[in-house]
Design a protein around this ligand. Structure first.
Ligand code: PLP
Length: 423
């Protein structure tokens, strides 16, 4: 068979783009060589519907071992009692949880998308907002942080069946214990979606949801630095405290409801090559090196936020506890869309983002979201964050000046040229 040069040239072009640019998209990262090797391995050839030891296909002895190792490592990493590593993505993980816990039309309480939540937390353009009945909580206008008393008030008034704690663009730590008190007061199921800060949580740097939330979902490819994918976990509640009764009257453990919701409820064959890559990433995450990496993320994010504030950038909530920050650009007279486009011209990638109480559409937006997980993987430290902020500021102050954007791009390329993707 002839090698498909057309596609391989594009892959090389993307490799060059990643190498020469500064990656500030908060949901992205660079995986290790061994994670990539597993993701591109012969395991992609194998069908394995079912779970280890209970498959619907022959020849699953090897992938059974791989999947079990992934499960066991994830349990150790997060202190979980139950883990399902099969969701193809974070959205699939959330889909499966809703499928297991809710009926169409049931009420869910999630973090408003424009305040930092995710599409799958009840947005009207997503299945979660179309199939279920969403109500939302948000951040305070003055402080940009969550007000748990208000969330309690909304929960009491709305009586949701499921509450989602977690976000895509919230830079503060989340009080999962308080969320559980709120959920218990209305007998709601509490789901934590830790897709963004999972790596920081795994190493004990942020609040741990496992002791408090009934169910925890995450992606595996953000701060956790694994392959693109999702995962579902349960802590102490895995024996099903909700007394969920199925139509035929039988009571099943929540864990088996979740397993069935993933397969056969929402997916067919699991991606065993990706599950192998997840297992490797979890193995890497169990090391002390990964702790140092997460600590460096925290230091870098803090250094970046402080440098931005010093240049009069309005970070929602005033700073960050995790790997990211959301910036309201309205005092800089530039939209999120224009900022994103100008930054791309300078080989800096970030994404436009709605800010709380935004007056612009989701296609334009008033903000950008920045994250440091990817640049930290490339070995950058606090002083580099100050340089990056200078470059970002130069772009934003001169976003219509092509010559300046070209000059910044040259500086970005010079800064990144000797930095491998994964240190
Ligand atoms: N949940 C949160 C909080 C996210 O930020 C994301 C992705 O950005 C997801 C779920 C969905 O993940 P995926 O893109 O893998 O479907």
């Amino acid at each position: 068979m002839q090698r498909d040069e057309q596609i391989f040239e594009l892959i090389e072009a993307e490799h060059e783009r990643q190498l020469h640019g500064i990656e500030l998209i908060a949901s992205e990262n660079f995986v290790s060589e061994q994670v990539m090797e597993a993701a591109g391995s012969v395991l992609t050839n194998k069908y394995a519907e079912g779970y280890p030891g209970k498959r619907y296909y022959g020849g699953c002895e090897v992938v059974d071992e791989v999947e079990q190792i992934a499960i066991d490592r994830a349990k150790t990493l997060f202190g979980a009692e139950y883990v399902n590593v099969q969701p193809h993505s974070g959205s699939q993980a959330n889909t499966a949880v809703y499928h297991a816990c809710l009926k169409p039309g049931d009420k869910i309480l999630g973090f408003d998308l424009s305040h930092g939540g995710h599409l799958t937390h009840g947005s009207p353009v997503n299945f979660s907002g179309r199939l279920y009945n969403p109500v939302f909580y948000g951040v305070e206008k003055e402080t940009g942080v969550l007000n748990y008393d208000k969330i309690q008030e909304i929960a009491t008034k709305e009586q949701p069946k499921l509450i989602i704690a977690g976000a895509s663009a919230y830079s503060r730590d989340i009080d999962f214990e308080r969320f559980r008190t709120i959920a218990d007061s209305v007998r709601a199921i509490l789901l934590a979606d830790i897709s963004h800060p999972a790596g920081l949580i795994a190493k004990g740097i942020l609040n741990d949801p496992l002791p408090h939330c009934h169910i925890v979902t995450t992606t595996t490819h953000k701060t956790l630095r694994g392959p693109r994918g999702g995962m579902i976990m349960m802590g102490k509640d895995f024996d099903n405290p909700f007394g969920i009764t199925l139509k035929n009257g039988s009571l099943r453990k929540m864990s088996s409801l979740l397993d069935s919701a993933v397969f056969p409820g929402n997916q067919g064959g699991p991606l065993e090559h990706i599950i192998a890559a997840k297992a490797i990433a979890f193995g890497e995450a169990l090391t002390d090196e990964f702790l140092h990496y997460q600590l460096q993320i925290k230091k870098n994010a803090d250094a970046m936020a402080k440098a931005l504030v010093a240049k009069d950038y309005h970070i929602i909530s005033g700073g960050t506890d995790n790997h990211m920050m959301l910036i309201d650009l309205r005092n800089k007279n530039i939209s999120g869309k224009d900022a994103e486009q100008a930054l791309v011209k300078a080989d800096i990638t970030a994404n436009k983002n709605m800010v709380p109480f935004d007056d612009k559409s989701p296609f334009v937006t008033s903000g950008i979201r920045l994250g440091v997980a990817a640049v930290t993987t490339r070995g950058l430290k606090e002083d580099d964050m100050k340089v990056i902020v200078d470059l970002v500021d130069e772009v934003i102050e001169n976003y219509e000046d092509e010559a300046t954007l070209e000059a910044v791009k040259a500086k970005v390329n010079a800064m990144m040229k000797d930095k491998p993707l994964f240190v």
